[in-house]
Design a binder for this molecule. Sequence first.
Ligand code: ADP
Ligand code: MG
Ligand code: ZN
Length: 628
Amino acid sequence: MKFSWKVLVLWTLPALVIGFFFWQGAFAGAPADMSKNTANTRMNYGRFLEYLDGDRVTSVDLYEGGRTAIIEARDPDIENRVQRWRVDLPVNAPEVITKLKEKAISFDAHPVRNDGAIWGLLGNLVFPVLLITGLFFLFRRSSNLPGGPGQAMNFGKSRARFQMEAKTGVKFDDVAGIEEAKEELQEVVTFLKQPERFTAVGARIPKGVLLVGPPGTGKTLLAKAIAGEAGVPFFSISGSEFVEMFVGVGASRVRDLFKKAKDNAPCIIFIDEIDAVGRQRGAGIGGGNDEREQTLNQLLTEMDGFEGNTGIIIIAATNRPDVLDSALLRPGRFDRQVTVDPPDIKGRLEILQVHARNKKLDTSVSLDAIARRTPGFTGADLANLLNEAAILTARRRKEAITLREIDDAVDRVVAGMEGTPLVDSKSKRLIAYHEIGHALVGTLLKDHDPVQKVTLIPRGQAQGLTWFTPNEEQGLISRSQLKARITGALGGRAAEEVIFGAAEVTTGAGGDLQQLSGMARQMVTRFGMSNLGPLSLESQQGEVFLGRDWTTRSEYSESIASRIDGQVREIVEQCYDTAKKLIRDHRTVTDRLVDLLIEKETIDGEEFRQILAEYAEVPEKQQYVPQL
Ligand code: ADP
Ligand code: MG
Ligand code: ZN
């Protein structure tokens, strides 16, 4: 049964409102307002009787059912002028009426009218009416939201939370830069299109494919492309939709989903973020989570339940394959794993080409240069980048996207929104020294990445930024490169200290310090780059929130721990000394570059190196030129 608040409230509200008007109506018609006849002075009952007997009373008005009277009488104290009094009468005083009749004094009775009581009642009403109105709106709103009380009332029925697309309209052509994954999945398309080819030779068609890769690399897109290429319907659901407040709902959703899919076979079932439901059972703080485990069991049962050749292929996506329950990964379930990596430079170029198809690019824009500038960008980042550039172009009322918009969009995607530059002040100078410090130290170190630009235009959290062109596609990083990075990161703080003194250093270096401390620590504990020797002292796994068991395992002794700290400190101190020395030795050019930066707000890498070369020897960096 559906218990509906909405209906109840809808009926209650008008009933109350109508009742309220009627109620008020009953009083509004009442005549004679006692307030008009109020008398300020009171007279006691005995005196009133005396006056009555002495024929002084001229008229009497009775109120409140005869319990109060307003009388007019001649007052002997003020020369018999007529005065008004208020008299409280005893409850049963019929003799008064008799006397009034006898003496033929005009008297009148008025019905009860109690203003104070009405206002009191109104006051009492206001609160419930407000409350009910408030509840009404609350329920109306929440019943539109998933998981709101409206939903909770309804939990018995499993709503179909999956989506079905008869035609996804996505083709393999729309997915770029992940060739290996595409090749692997090409086979799945063939399974769906021509299952006979496989069954004829006795091959069992795989049931499940697990796509593994960081967010934004195109997993969802790939799954849609498979359905699109094979021309089959696409059922999709997110793992988190299975996990509900009530035990059993997830399992019933799984059943629903598979039932619908069987009716529509051949088809693809896509389960996004499968780690939400498919984690190790029995893991986490205080054991497992019943609902999730039941859902997972149901999923496993369903996957076993249909024959391999019904033409349903389940594709699941995750970025955390390590937390998945091993039962999911065994043969007959998700027995194929396809890794979807972030694209390399060639892949980025291809993805950019796909997304540039429907955009107007100026002839000056080379996608190739953008691909070079964007190491580490995923497909989703690149799509977003081109879109941001298009938005900027429209805002600037240009005909086509130019390099400037692309550049601004990259900066924005990486570092956040642009802020307004500071006006010239002491803190602007300090920030300029800080940034020039990074750039100068980075440029003078042989193993550091080259500077791309230095800017004082704030972005996101940063007041100023120094951009380096990372040397990508060189998977391995050497010890001297790591030390160069740490030194470069310390360049900002070093400049602050050398120029303004130790007392004037600022919080601006907080982010730098955090980064470089992490690097230095990893050099010691993971990469064996200290005098502790080639030992790995910290393993990477173990976050309890991500589906691992909560066990505190210390992998080294207390004394090793303090030696680690000592080594980390030593690395950082050495690097800091190097950075400070570089700034001190190049003080003149530092000042000149700072003045230029304050004037221009941005100096690009080429100009920076040229100026620096007039004062110092700038090491030749092997600029990595990737093959396209
Ligand atoms: P994921 O599911 O891996 O998090 P999506 O498939 O949802 O990533 O990608 C989001 C968007 O990013 C896609 O709709 C598409 O526009 C773009 N995108 C991601 N990867 C690619 C790719 N390899 N080729 C083309 N576009 C991509
Ligand atoms: Mg996705
Ligand atoms: Zn800094």
